[in-house]
Ligand binder design. Sequence first.
Ligand SMILES: [Mn+2]
Length: 352
Amino acid sequence: MIVPEYGRTLKSEEWSPIIDVLLTGQHFVLTTHENSDGDGLGSEVALAIVLKALGKEVSIVNPTEVPPNYQFLKQLYPMVLFDNKSEEAIQELSLCDVVVLLDANLRDRMGSLWPHVSFSRELGNLKLVCVDHHLEPDDFTDVMICENYASSTGELVYALIYALQDRTGRELFTTEVAEALYVAVMTDTGSFRFPKTTPYVYQLAGDLVSKGADAAKIYDMIYNSLTPQALKLLGAALSAITILDNGNISWLFISQDMLKSTGSKLFDTDLIIRYLLSVPSVRIAVLMVEMQDGRTKASFRSRGNIFVNQLAKKYGGGGHMNAAGCLFQFSSDKAQKVLLEDLRQFLKNNQE
Ligand SMILES: [Mn+2]
């Protein structure tokens, strides 16, 4: 049994502003960013179970659908999609007195939820709380803990739950909470391989396994869950990768045609980006995906001290030093042209 350290910098009392809101609130909506991932979803499920155990009304309402390989999380806690079930979701939003945003620190990342949340806050009916680990947070919440040292939002929620245990004297870690947090931390650390996987993170993972999280089962459910269509897309995508500028840039554009001809879905593109950085000379990897509505989604990865979040910020996005993204509001042809020019300049400015 480890002694929890509450992350590397946060002391138990630093959680107090959030804990005060969580303990006084009655009706909660938990949410995460658009195109949700394991960190956002696992974090909201863990916190939802804990708040429910503390006697609160809690709903999870997400702006976009849960990817198939994370659907099993719905067995731990139900989730409502804002788009398809807007009536139920709007009702939840109008009833609640606290919204907790997890794994995002920009208002736009809340997608279609933001106008409703913003409206309720203007009426003074709603507190907005945020727990996140991305760089450069926006100032739009009542209480925010945004610590970019953390490997994942799950790492922060883990510490928050320990702090809640201290405050309430209640045992709040169940097997389900441990499983959900394990999903969050495992996925955001690339299965415990990325640079922020500190000794503390390994301790945390060990603690969650000792609390009942089945590491092998969770890995299998998340990573060995491809559809045949996703595999076809992977094949097509790998052959379309281009390596530019003496090996410095790897570049891939996935069109709607490629998605259609392989029968794959937007979220099937998520597994592709890691291959773009698998060539050692590559300093920046770019994956662009043409969305159904004509906009273009871009994801960036980098090696070493290259702050791709700065690049993403230029187009209204954000993220981490080595992993960031943004959404171009214009056609993919234009997006590709603009981005490649900017990217070359950006790399020049970042010569080591
Ligand atoms: Mn995250």
